[in-house]
Design a protein around this ligand. Structure first.
Ligand SMILES: Nc1ncnc2c1ncn2[C@@H]1O[C@H](COP(=O)(O)OP(=O)(O)OP(=O)(O)O)[C@@H](O)[C@H]1O
Length: 261
């Protein structure tokens, strides 16, 4: 169980206010962050994982202020930042680096439980059979699933993902999102995922936070994510598949993770 609390968070880059007085609390939810380019999504995620220092405000994880090194926050990037020449297993294992020194890691002296965790994480994302395959020989979707496995090996309390499926085709994007949601549930963690694809967001999110010009424009559950709300946030976007205002009580069904992308 994990609670992420954002209190009055503001981030200024010189004269640019990227985030202004942002507050919300997430508890064991799969939350999608929406907003136009420049709305502040990446800045918010980077503040939570310690890559960017907020100008003011507080970020608490299970009631404790987040420190500079964030092993309890797992991050999944759009460009998965994997070591392409080595196996999915070795990439997954690098998630344990915060617990194991680089030297031990180089000589593959990781504790048995880290190795076990790496294999379990690959199983969670449906890649156990491909554990020894080089990442460079995998599809973009499979590589992103290795990125999810690596974040899980960190044993995070909270999972963040910054546009994790932006570079994938729609079918692979859905598969990766299915595994990401499954991983968050299996590890009982809060997940905050920024997405540009509104239909994918609507399909997977338990809750939706819309950012505009660094402020929270809306914070709603699945029933509240109406085409009108999305249009207000983005202007004219493709909202096919979103519940209409009249039928918005319909809960979207979820695609089960498939064996491979
Ligand atoms: N390192 C930086 N230095 C100066 N300004 C920045 C920096 N990073 C972000 N900004 C500005 O802060 C604002 C929010 O940017 P941010 O990248 O957080 O938005 P975003 O919603 O993630 O956009 P995108 O969807 O394009 O990634 C923008 O005006 C951006 O130009």
């Amino acid at each position: 169980m994990s609670t992420l609390t954002i209190q009055n968070l503001t981030k200024e880059y010189g004269s640019v206010t990227a985030l202004e007085d942002v507050s919300f609390e997430l508890e064991d939810e799969f939350v999608v962050l929406l907003g136009e380019s420049g709305a502040g999504k990446s800045t918010l995620l980077r503040c939570i994982n310690g890559l960017t220092e907020p100008t003011s405000g507080e970020i608490l994880l299970n009631g404790e202020p987040i420190g500079e090194s964030q092993p309890e926050v797992g991050m999944i990037f759009q460009q998965h930042n994997l070591v392409e020449g080595v196996s999915a297993y070795m990439n997954s294992l690098t998630g344990s680096l915060n617990r194991t020194s680089m030297l031990r890691s180089l000589f593959q002296w990781q504790p048995r439980e880290d190795k076990q965790r790496a294999l379990e994480a690959l199983e969670t994302v449906g890649l156990l059979d491909e554990a020894h395959q080089r990442v460079s020989q995998m599809s973009g979707g499979q590589q992103q699933r290795v990125g999810i496995a690596r974040a899980l090996v960190q044993d995070p309390t909270c999972l963040l993902a910054d546009e994790p499926v932006a570079s994938l085709d729609p079918s692979s994007a859905e598969t990766v999102m299915s595994y990401l949601k499954k991983a968050a549930r299996a590890h009982d963690v809060t997940a905050l995922v920024s997405l540009h694809q509104v239909n994918i967001a609507a399909h997977f999110g338990d809750r939706f936070i819309g950012l505009r010009d660094g402020t929270v424009e809306f914070d709603v559950g699945p029933d509240g994510l109406t085409p009108g709300l999305v249009d207000d946030l983005y202007g004219n976007v493709e909202t096919v598949g979103l519940a209409t205002e009249e039928t918005s009580s319909t809960t979207p069904t979820e695609t089960e993770p498939e064996a491979s992308v």
